[in-house]
Design a protein around this ligand. Structure first.
Ligand SMILES: N[C@@H]1[C@@H](O)[C@H](O)[C@@H](COP(=O)(O)O)O[C@@H]1O
Length: 261
């Protein structure tokens, strides 16, 4: 696992966008994994800027989302499919239909989960998966206690996650759905490069466990320690509880620029 400590979200976004740009230069039809939440927003803004500047095209890209709420009306602004369209897909040249997500309104939810796994596999798997992390250490919606071998399935959100996400629902916890469909930890681990972004002191404990704690279902993101290519990008506040922060800074400072993330 590589830990990259940067001064702020904008600096993190530039590094992640560089990585996406070099991936697409090598493979214009790459498969991206998209995350929702506030953490990846600066990355999306940076990618949009590069698209508008004409240095990046996503015309041949396919993308898969991590998760989706169950039961939000199709036109609800917080439905993750709509969030991704608004924050990213609708602002670049991703073709219509290029972004897929689990169908949280399907009549048969287990079948929708299986179909989603099959769609990812049929696309050849995800090349670069963007991730945020919840304050309780969840990735996608794999809450504490999630099977480390899980695949896309229905999950119940913890009250902490519902409280955390209430800010997107006018502060109304009751408006946050109780259930979701989420890629499992094994699904996420199948992506070829994991790129996790975390900023702010509220993520410091989760980041500490992710990078330096024992691998445990209680902190689901720790499974990333088993991934051969995982990059964790954090700002100073999110890095504040890392015991080896000085070492991570030294390693990154000494890295040849051509190496990328
Ligand atoms: N399902 C999402 C996750 O994909 C996200 O990483 C996490 C952190 O969100 P944020 O980046 O807004 O802090 O919470 C949400 O519940």
């Amino acid at each position: 696992m590589e830990v990259v400590i940067q001064p702020d979200a904008a600096a993190i976004a530039r590094l992640v966008a560089d990585e996406v740009q070099s991936l697409l230069a090598a493979r214009p039809d790459a498969v991206l994994g998209l995350a929702t939440g506030s953490s990846p927003l600066a990355v999306y803004d940076e990618l949009v800027r590069r698209y508008e500047a004409g240095v990046l095209s996503l015309a041949r890209v396919r993308a898969f989302m991590l998760d989706e709420y169950v039961g939000l009306p199709d036109d609800h602004p917080e439905r993750y499919r709509n969030v991704i369209e608004r924050e990213f897909a609708g602002r670049v040249d991703l073709p219509a239909g290029a972004v897929q997500g689990p169908d949280g309104n399907a009549e048969d939810l287990p079948a929708a989960c299986a179909a989603y796994e099959a769609a990812i596999a049929a696309a050849g798997g995800v090349d670069l998966q963007l991730l945020g992390i919840g304050s309780d250490g969840h990735i996608a919606f794999n809450e504490p206690g999630s099977s480390l071998a899980s695949r896309t399935r229905i999950k119940t959100l913890t009250s902490q996650t519902r409280r955390d996400n209430a800010r997107f629902f006018d502060g109304d916890v009751e408006a946050v759905p109780r259930h979701c469909l989420t890629q499992g930890l094994a699904t996420i681990m199948s992506a070829r490069h994991l790129v996790l972004v975390a900023t702010g002191a509220g993520k410091a404990e989760a980041v500490h466990h992710l990078v330096e704690g024992p691998v445990s279902a209680m902190w689901p993101a720790t499974i990333m320690q088993h991934h051969p290519r995982a990059t964790v990008l954090v700002d100073d506040a999110a890095a504040s509880r890392l015991q080896l922060a000085g070492y991570y800074r030294e390693v990154f400072a000494g890295k040849p620029s051509w190496q990328g993330l």
